[in-house]
Design a protein around this ligand. Structure first.
Ligand SMILES: [Cu+2]
Length: 282
């Protein structure tokens, strides 16, 4: 406990010195929650990198503001209490101070708004996506589609009883069919839902978007690291909201191509059975 507190304290001190990014990388934050985890997850996309930088920038601003306000409160409490200052001043207006406490917050808000909007527009769309993936929220699991290749599959959570910790599996976080995505590729992600609102959230990608029934939302990603990335549904969607984990396997372009071809091949084999199903429906 004491050790954890000390490491937390050291972390914060170093954090405020301004070397936060290198520390965050050094800690190699895993892409799922762990006890005593601090900071955001390690970014794996340019969007997530910018969000982490923006978060660190805001942390500096709020720290300075908090310290100034605290300093003013302490100063007033000590210098102007009834003992040290028995006869209070009757001053009610000071034009200079009033202008300052209006102008300074406006300037601070502008300083925050500019990078905030820059990231918001950066996250919005990618010009020429190399790949499109569609995320569909269902009560209570995710479905994924690659519309260009007619690949589609469901991604269901693995129940606690089947989790094998020795294989590095994490309780409440694993799925049977993870989403496979290539690295170094501009990927357009479309979001929709079949029933209620869900939100597809993968913190390491800086992606968090609602899936809305009857509507398509859009964002993009460009994964820079090979790895396994975890996320969860982040919109209260019913009784099993907590049992909608997201797993993304980011693989090399070559590996992705092999996986894609396999999926396409299995689709082709499936066509006769699909046709049979269709004729039955008629
Ligand atoms: Cu959900």
């Amino acid at each position: 406990m004491v050790k954890s507190l000390l490491s937390m304290l050291t972390f914060f001190i170093l954090y405020f010195i301004g070397s936060s990014n290198s520390i965050a990388e050094g800690l190699d934050t895993p892409s799922f929650p762990v006890p005593w985890q601090l900071n955001l997850q390690n970014p794996a996309t340019p969007v997530a990198e910018q969000l982490v930088e923006f978060h660190n920038f805001l942390l500096i601003i709020i720290t300075i503001i908090s310290l100034i306000v605290l300093g003013l409160l302490v100063w007033c409490a000590i210098r102007y209490n009834s003992k040290t200052n028995p006869v209070p001043s009757t001053t009610t207006h000071n034009t200079f101070i009033e202008v300052m406490w209006t102008v300074i917050p406006i300037v601070i808000l502008i300083i925050i708004a500019v990078p905030s909007y820059r990231i918001l527009y950066f996250m919005d769309k990618v010009e020429n996506p190399e790949l499109t993936v569609k995320v569909i929220g269902n009560q209570w699991y995710w479905s994924y589609e690659f519309p260009d290749d007619e690949i589609e599959f469901d991604s269901l959570p693995i129940p606690d009883s089947e989790i094998d910790v020795t294989k590095g599996q994490h309780r409440l976080f694993e799925v049977d069919n993870p989403l496979i995505l290539p690295i170094d590729t501009d990927i357009r992600i479309l979001f929709t839902s079949t029933d209620v609102l869900h939100a597809w959230t993968v913190p390491a990608f800086g992606v968090k978007l609602d899936t809305v029934p009857g509507r398509i939302n859009e964002t993009w990603t460009h994964i820079t690291k090979i790895g396994k990335f975890y996320g969860q549904c982040s919109e209260l969607c019913g009784i099993n909201h907590s049992a909608m984990p997201i797993v993304v396997h980011a693989v090399s372009k070559e590996e992705f191509e092999i996986w894609r071809q396999k999926q396409i091949a299995s689709n082709i084999i499936d066509i006769p059975s699909k046709l049979a199903l269709l004729s039955k429906e008629k």
